[in-house]
Design a protein around this ligand. Structure first.
Ligand SMILES: C[S@@+](CC[C@H](N)C(=O)[O-])C[C@H]1O[C@@H](n2cnc3c(N)ncnc32)[C@H](O)[C@@H]1O
Length: 344
């Protein structure tokens, strides 16, 4: 049957920011963390704890729409209603749990939401739309000068990637290898998960100097100081430490093609013959039809960096071949993210 015209999808996507902002606001209020601590709450208790002054109707709207999205469970209606977390929000949005992924949502609320307001300017000018536009420095310099922004960014990165890191640590065949380097490894979580799931592996996480203390803290929390170490360095200025496997999670997409090639070459030079380079990103499908998130992430790189962009597996194969890698494969991780792997 021919597709009948319908405004439904247009309206759903067009008003998508309503839904997004409702969830981001609930995360910023730490609503899910509070609900987890208390078990369940009535609307008037939520009002008191969060010090809200809106009308009862708007409070019910806020909580009930979260329930209709599947983020809260609700028993009763309006005055008699009690609210508790769904299994997803209890697991991933309770700040007290290590499985908390809200860091990325906090950053979306506190930074990206307002920067995306000028996506049109980004497309028109080709320039970044973040702090740089307000006279600030490029993204990493801006974030790393302010300890709160730095911590927020590191938490955001962990939140976004932890499921993928877990999947990679469990599903990639590490049996032929002994040493692992995560370049731009942020808090070091990928190295820690590889060390946890692959007890024969020794791992190094490398990032800019301000990140090292945060990575060291995480390593101590996992009690894996014997097999995971954090080092500081600029991956453009210096050669990468040698390792059998070199990973870069959401690194290549930060940069333009010239810098992507430089980083791939650095990985190549750090590997032995047979070694593996793994890029963990929202790799766009070759036909550019399916992975909408990958294309949106690429536009997010326009907002954040101006010339960084996400790419397809075909792009990855062509760049790694240029640098000298022998073969490639694609390993699906979670949701829109995959590991693009090149073997030397
Ligand atoms: C988008 S984050 C990705 C973090 C992590 N790999 C992940 O998958 O979530 C990019 C990382 O690259 C690091 N970085 C940026 N420029 C760098 C440089 N010149 N040398 C080393 N690390 C750098 C940043 O500090 C940040 O941790």
């Amino acid at each position: 049957m021919a597709h009948q015209p319908s405004p439904a999808k247009i309206m759903e996507i067009g008003s998508g920011f309503f839904a997004s902002k409702i969830l981001l606001t609930a995360v910023n209020f730490q609503l899910f963390t509070i609900l987890e601590e208390k078990g369940s709450l009535r609307a008037k208790e939520v009002r008191a704890i969060l010090k809200l002054n809106c009308s009862d109707r708007h409070l019910y709207d806020f909580l009930d729409v979260l329930a209709s999205f599947g983020f809260l469970n609700r028993k009763g209606l309006l005055e008699t209603a009690t609210y508790s977390n769904s299994i997803d929000t209890a697991t991933f949005l309770d700040k007290a749990k290590p499985s908390y992924i809200g860091g990325i949502l906090e950053m979306m609320n506190n930074r990206l939401y307002r920067f995306w307001d000028t996506l049109g300017d980004g497309l028109t000018t080709g320039l970044a739309q973040n702090e740089v536009k307000e006279g600030g420095e490029p993204v990493f310099e801006t974030l790393y000068k302010n300890p709160l922004l730095l911590k927020g960014f590191v938490n955001a990165m962990t939140g976004m990637q932890v499921g993928n890191f877990m999947a990679l640590a469990q599903s990639f065949d590490f049996s032929k290898y002994k040493t692992f380097l995560d370049a731009g490894g942020s808090a070091g979580v990928l190295s820690l998960l590889v060390a946890t799931h692959q007890p024969h592996m020794t791992c190094t996480t490398l990032d800019l100097p301000p990140v090292e203390p945060i990575a060291n803290e995480t390593i101590q929390q996992y009690q894996l100081e014997d097999r995971v170490k954090a080092v500081s360095g600029d991956f453009f200025a210096k050669d990468l430490p040698k390792a059998d496997v070199v990973a870069m999670g959401n690194i290549l997409h930060d940069w333009n093609e010239e810098n992507k090639l430089k980083l791939i070459k650095k990985a190549y030079d750090a590997l032995p013959v047979g070694g593996a380079f793994i890029a963990i990103e929202a790799i766009i499908d070759n036909e550019r039809k399916q992975n909408a998130f990958g294309m949106m992430m690429s536009l997010n790189m326009l907002i954040e960096t101006g010339d960084g962009f996400d790419y397809s597996f075909d792009d990855f194969c062509s760049w790694t071949k240029q640098v000298g890698f022998k073969s490639t494969e694609l390993l699906s991780l979670t949701g829109p993210t995959s590991a693009a792997i090149a073997y030397k």
